[in-house]
Ligand binder design. Sequence first.
Ligand code: SPQ
Length: 426
Amino acid sequence: MNQIITQKNNIHTTITVPGDKSISHRSIMFGALAKGTTEIEGFLMGEDCLSTISCFQKLGIDIQQQSDKIIVHGKGLHGLTAPLETLDVGNSGTTLRLISGILAAQPFCSHLTGDASIQKRPMNRVAAPLRQMGAVLKGNDHENLFAPFTIEGRRLNGITYTLPVASAQVKSAIILASLFAEGQTVIIEPEATRNHTEIMLNHMGADIKKMGNTIYCNPVSQLYGKKIIVPGDISSAAYFMVIGCICKNSTLLLKNVGINETRTGIIDVLKAMGGNIAVQNQSTVNGEKIGDIIVKTSSLQGTVIGGKDIPRLIDEIPVIAVAACFAKGTTVIKDAQELKVKESNRIHTVVSELKKFGANITETEDGMIIKGGNPLQGCTAESHQDHRIAMSMAVAGLCAYGKTMITDAECVNISFPNFYDILNNL
Ligand code: SPQ
């Protein structure tokens, strides 16, 4: 499907973005491992999260939709049953990495696969620590594991592991395996990454503590089903934060957005660029902070983004690059080499697509350099079947002169199924 986008200004509206993808995945997985019912409100009905539901149904978990809620009938820590079919995670890296930590400890064998993009995303980063814990993961290449692969469940032992890259998915896979392991597991993160796993598991009865960058996971005998309210996804809200800053004469109010500080790098960066953005009405739901974000047309300046801020905004870098095209001066994004192993090589796809709009942007080994301030011109931009590229280019198109066409535009269904409806109604 192709999507046509034309320029818009004078936007004054209130938007509620769909539920957080990371938290939605976790609510199904942890609900399945908990005893009793987990009732989920605000669940993201995106393709990635539906893949997680389908995998856990194949593992014997009863998951139902009741009006606007998802109900997971958890079977406790030892209740999963052997899948009769291959578990297909579709396009979802989160599903594949996190489920591996769980399956590594089950008393059965599982086969996992996913789409063409998922088959290129590295699994060694998860296989290495899980194998140290005693897990057996078998694929075509032992040292360079990619899907499809097989996990033979084993009894696991706790380990102390220093993550070579800052990754919430790898950290979460180890934490999940630790729930089944003998003894304590200790994980050392190079930089803090999103901590939704720790928050939700503790909410359900786990014993996970953090001191500095070290996480201590102590065994517990059971998790308990809970009501989970999923906040709006800050990664989805990010597109509208940038629209609010760069479209002329505009004010956008984004309601009930998750503002966990491991995810709010986008707000900090837009503020550092001179963005007129503020958080209001803060509260906490099931351990996660939420708030309303108000953003107004701003005169943005270039900035430097790198180091410990990168994990706090890793998925927002494509749309930050769009904001930087509209900012005066130079923006440097560095230390972001992790972008190369996402749904597409996001350093390359962002740079190549924004060049089509006439942006002055250069690819570097670990990021990009953007000389902003010149108007963009509408063009035909490819999504590379990557939802974040499609939505970022749509934002560029909304603020560029002329008409923009996004090709393979339907990939937004991965994380934000009503994205174009909201965009067209602005
Ligand atoms: O699930 P998937 O495909 O890996 O999703 C992405 C995204 O853009 O939606 C990355 F491509 O988000 C990841 C994020 O980049 C979701 C995630 C999580 O829920 O734990 C963590 C991040 O990945 P990582 O590799 O840094 O742990």
